[in-house]
Design a protein around this ligand. Structure first.
Ligand code: NAD
Ligand code: ZN
Ligand code: ZN
Length: 361
């Protein structure tokens, strides 16, 4: 059976998104059909719309979602109809070279649904991050469904499906922030603020938020920053060193992803410290650093994909901390919108006042 539902599609590069009728097939082997409850509007959806990720238009947008499984393929045993799930874009394969060495968080062969969702005329859709969640029903690989506690706000926990997990994980998993560490986070959008919350959760005692927009710094304080630096009018490297006894921070997270912010992160960390790049650069960006400084400052320079998370390990653990009041996921949900308001949500991203608009279906 084919299900006819409404979904948000980017038809061509830069064009406003449109609400379309989507045809969703029943799940085949290894697949699950999910009724979407909520889906956050992420910067990556805007990148897809603007053609910044690939040219495989039309895209079915949305990927930070909570839903309920409505049907599964014949061989699927890990999830069942009725399960509350957060969707993930890291359904690990279990037998690539990363998985084989016990590092499934780097899985090089993650799974998506095999069948395609289409427009009414049969045009195949490319699902954003292999999900596509601004839609009433979506088809994913069963491994993309992480079973979670049904008794938690869908809008808040769905954000673990992408940006919030990327930031939390950049601090906790990739950066390995420990109790008593000093941490600086450059760029305090959704990802950076989540990294701040992650550093606070891990017990960092000094957490320095850096941004060029003062509004972002106020919110960073609410989520755990102990100090703020407005880098539009001061040198963040100097300030971070001042705030860490003259040494630099143990872990510096670049949640912007530009050559100048990476360079700030590189020089604002203590000797033998860690730099984590979680912001995504664009293809034309390059960086020059003295090789002797790279050697002489020691430590590690790491990149963080999806917060090096394992959804089945990390989502339930973080939802438990949320329910205990130790992780304020509600603070990331700025507004709840309807499925026809995604284009407006993209416009609001530029105003700096919204961390996440979440579509309720
Ligand atoms: N690695 C991953 O898996 C992953 C996952 C999701 C998003 N991301 C990336 O993380 C980055 C941040 O995402 P977001 O949703 O927080 O974006 P955002 O646009 O909400 O936030 C970016 C922040 O950086 C600030 N900023 C811009 N230039 C700056 C500068 N020169 N110095 C200091 N601050 C500066 C902005 O004021 C803003 O507060 C993006 O590049 C996004 O693509 C990465
Ligand atoms: Zn694998
Ligand atoms: Zn995202």
């Amino acid at each position: 059976m084919v299900h006819k539902v409404k979904g948000v599609v980017a038809r061509s590069k830069g064009a406003p998104v449109t609400l379309e009728t989507i045809l969703v097939p029943d799940p085949g082997p290894g697949e699950a059909l999910v009724d979407i409850l909520t889906s956050g509007v992420c910067h990556t959806d805007l990148h897809y719309k603007l053609g910044g990720i690939s040219d495989d238009f039309p895209f079915l947008l949305g990927h930070e979602a909570t839903g309920v499984v409505s049907a599964v393929g014949p061989d699927v045993t890990d999830v069942a109809p009725g399960d509350r799930v957060v969707l993930n874009w890291r359904a690990v394969c279990g037998n690539c070279r990363a998985c084989n060495r016990g590092q499934a968080q780097y899985c090089f062969n993650t799974h998506n649904a095999t069948q395609k969702m289409t427009l009414e005329d049969g045009t195949e859709l490319s699902a954003a991050l292999g999900i596509g969640a601004f839609v009433e029903k979506t088809l994913v690989a069963a491994g993309q469904c992480t079973k979670v506690d049904p008794d938690a706000d869908a809008a808040a926990i769905g954000l673990l499906g992408c940006g919030v997990m990327a930031g939390l994980g950049a601090a906790i998993n990739t950066g390995g922030v420990k109790r008593g560490d000093t941490v600086a986070v450059i760029g305090c959008g959704g990802v950076g603020v989540a990294a701040i919350a992650g550093a606070a959760l891990a017990g960092a005692t000094t957490i320095i938020a850096v941004d060029i927009d003062a509004k972002k710094l106020d919110r960073a304080k609410e989520l755990g920053a102990t100090h703020t630096v407005d880098s539009s009018d001061s040198d963040p490297v100097e300030k971070i060193r001042e705030l860490t006894g003259g040494f630099g921070a143990d872990v510096v997270i670049d949640a912007v992803g530009r050559p100048e912010t990476y360079k700030q992160a590189f020089y604002a960390r203590d000797l033998a410290g860690t730099v984590v790049l979680v912001g995504v650069p664009t293809p034309e960006m390059t960086l020059e650093l003295p090789l002797l400084d790279i050697f002489g400052r020691g430590g590690s320079l790491k990149s963080s994909w999806y917060g090096d998370c394992l959804p089945s390990r990390d989502f339930p653990m973080l939802i438990s901390l949320y329910k205990q009041g130790k992780l304020d996921l509600d603070a990331f949900v700025t507004e709840r919108i309807t499925i026809d308001q995604v284009e407006e949500a993209f416009e609001k991203m530029h105003s700096g006042s919204v961390l996440r608009s979440v579509v309720e279906l």
